[in-house]
Design a protein around this ligand. Structure first.
Ligand SMILES: [Zn+2]
Length: 181
């Protein structure tokens, strides 16, 4: 069974005055990244399907998932060998993304890591693996760990032309998925 899901719940006011519970989630199934959501209210027996799709997950799905599981990053195990192939994977995986933006994303994959939810990271790792590219999921950098001068990690960064500083790291950490240009 090639399926893995990440679900979360959120409570919103129901029209009946009670609490409407939302169950939302992202999943990876046979190489596809999908999302869905449903609601139910025990008080009035209300609720139903909120939506589903295999496109970009809406904020009301992504938000609770991120809140529960936290953001992660995907990065190539061997950035030097896989940059060009990773770019091709990204362009196929994210139709509508400009070449320049895909290049920027590939740079993230080869550097600090491309941020996303665990579902998005797992999906991308799978696509990369299909092309023989080893990728790993690592925890997202804590915002408070950026730019505080603790020195961890900053000494090992490779220069990539634009000389990203702590500010660039912070921006990358907050980059929404999928990051279309
Ligand atoms: Zn209700």
């Amino acid at each position: 069974m090639r399926s893995h899901s990440w679900g979360a719940e959120a409570d919103v006011p129901c029209a009946c005055g009670a609490v409407l519970r939302w169950g939302v989630g992202q999943f990876v199934q046979d190489g596809e990244l999908g999302w869905d959501g449903e609601s139910w209210c025990p008080a009035c027996d209300g609720g139903g399907c909120l939506g589903f799709g295999f496109d970009e997950a809406p904020a009301w799905v992504r938000g609770p998932v991120l809140e529960r599981y936290g953001p992660v990053r995907v990065r190539l195990v061997d950035p030097a060998a896989g940059r060009g192939a990773a770019l091709r994977v990204l362009r196929r995986a994210l139709p509508g993304t400009t070449l320049a933006h895909a290049v920027a994303l590939a740079e993230l994959l080869a550097g600090a890591g491309l941020p996303g939810t665990p579902a998005e990271a797992g999906w991308l790792c799978g696509l990369l693996a299909e092309q023989g590219l080893a990728a790993e999921t690592v925890p997202a950098l804590e915002p408070e760990a950026l730019g505080t001068g603790t020195g961890t990690g900053t000494g090992t960064r490779k220069a990539v032309g634009t000389a990203p500083g702590p500010e660039a790291d912070a921006a990358a950490a907050a980059w929404p998925w999928p990051p279309h240009a």
